[in-house]
Structures are given as structure tokens and as C-alpha cells.
Unconditional design. Structure first.
Length: 249
């Protein structure tokens, strides 16, 4: 059997992030700390598989409590859109979704946005960045620079996610995400979520350490599967009210 390539590919892309993106991650962490210190929270938004990265930021054991997760499914859970509508894989390309998601969440002006998209070209992503910018929110983009520069935006503004961001963190994934060529036009081995989750955890650590150095207090969730978890986390959810929605099981 041919030796598997993905372990080496994965390590190469992790190394690329660590070698090139630390300054951007440090700048982004500082922006997020400032947002939390002034009463804001982090609003994390992604579509498709990029939601895996936002899940690593929001409602996570050992993760920051001051993170709200925004998603297309909010239109069903908190709005009046029928579930079958959002099951179309191309739904994220429809104009107007971001405005509805934003309105349902009603972000505070102090909130900062982390918007995750490997391509950075679909309407829901670009419009959310545009909305955040027009409402004065700081924006951190986690995206593939390679994809952004190769593929034209699908948004009617003519712009992509990176063009609205205060800080762009490159996930170092190739255009199309798949890294391993099997021949016959078959490519496998996506890396954007792997490196995106690394970036998310580095951001969470950077923000936590800066908050601790500022005031000694870091609002962090504890695993619900530890005896003290439920009570600890309930207190945090109570403190943030409906600004931070619990993650559904």
C-alpha cells in the first residue's frame, strides 16, 4: 500500500502557518482583547466547512466564553426560514442572508468579528464583512490568500472577505483546499480546517493571556463533562445573557 501523504502535508501546512502568520495572529489577538475589554464580545461567522473553525472558538471547553457563533442555521433556529431552504449547498451564495443573520444576533457596537472562509468569495461571507465594516466592528479574516488571489469573488460588490478585514490571517491552504493529487483529476486532503483550528486556538490563547495580564480574569468555559462544568458554565451564560447563545448538542 502506498504510504499516506496527508500526515506530511498536514505538518507542512501547520509549519507554514507557524512560520508566517504569528505577527498577524498577535495583531488579531490584541484587537479581540480590546473588544472584550470595552464590553464587546467576539462574533465568529463562517459557512460550510468553515463553521468547524468557528465552533473551535465558540462554546468550547477551555475556550473563551465571550464568543458568539453566527451561522446560516440561525435563520431557522431564531428566524422564520424553513429548514429545507438552507440545505442547498449553494445557499451561502444568495444575497441578503448576512443582513438577516446580523439582525437576529443584534451585535453590540463594541463587538469584533472573526469571519472564516477558505475562499472568501461567497455572498454571505462578503456581505457579513461589509456589514461589520459599515457598523464599525473590527474584522479578523481567516482565509486562504492563494484562493482569494486566484478566484474572482461571487459577491456583487466586486470585493472579497480579505478586502474588508483589519487583519487577514492566511490559513496557508491552496486554492480549492485539496492538497494531494491522485491523478486522473482527483484531488484530496483538505487542510483549511486543520490550520484554521490551529489559528483559532492560538487566538484563544493569545487573548486569554492578554486578558489575564490586564486584570487577572479570563472568562473560560469548563468541560460540561466535568463535575463542576454545568454550574461554572451556567454562570457565564447568565453573565452574557442572550449575547452568547449556547451551542446546540
Amino acid at each position: 500500500m502506498t504510504a499516506l501523504q496527508y500526515p506530511r502535508v498536514a505538518l507542512d501546512h501547520i509549519k507554514a502557518v507557524l512560520d508566517t502568520q504569528r505577527p498577524a495572529i498577535d495583531r488579531a489577538a490584541g484587537i479581540l482583547v480590546d473588544a472584550i475589554a470595552t464590553g464587546g464580545i467576539i462574533q465568529a461567522f463562517g459557512t460550510g466547512h468553515s463553521r468547524a473553525v468557528t465552533l473551535e472558538l465558540a462554546g468550547r471547553a477551555g475556550g473563551l466564553a465571550a464568543v458568539g457563533m453566527l451561522a446560516v442555521k440561525d435563520l431557522v433556529l431564531f428566524g422564520d426560514v424553513a429548514a429545507e431552504e438552507i440545505l442547498d449547498p449553494t445557499y451561502e451564495r444568495q444575497p441578503g442572508l448576512a443582513a438577516q443573520i446580523y439582525e437576529l444576533a443584534s451585535p453590540d457596537p463594541a463587538d469584533a468579528f472573526v469571519i472564516v472562509s477558505n475562499s472568501g468569495i461567497n455572498a454571505a461571507i462578503v456581505e457579513m464583512a461589509q456589514l461589520a465594516r459599515s457598523n464599525g466592528h473590527a474584522i479578523i479574516a481567516i482565509t486562504s490568500r492563494a484562493h482569494n488571489t486566484l478566484v474572482a469573488t461571487r459577491d456583487r460588490s466586486g470585493r472579497n472577505l480579505a478586502s474588508f478585514a483589519d487583519v487577514v490571517i492566511d490559513n496557508c491552504a491552496p486554492a480549492g483546499d485539496a492538497t494531494i493529487d491522485l491523478g486522473d483529476g482527483i484531488r484530496i486532503g483538505a487542510v483549511s480546517n486543520l490550520t484554521g483550528i490551529l489559528i483559532a486556538q492560538m487566538l484563544a490563547e493569545g487573548v486569554s493571556r492578554q486578558l489575564q495580564s490586564r486584570n487577572g480574569t479570563v472568562p473560560v468555559f469548563v468541560s460540561a463533562n466535568l463535575p463542576e462544568g454545568d454550574a461554572h458554565n451556567k454562570a457565564l451564560y447568565t453573565a452574557y445573557g442572550d449575547r452568547v447563545r449556547p451551542i446546540e448538542p
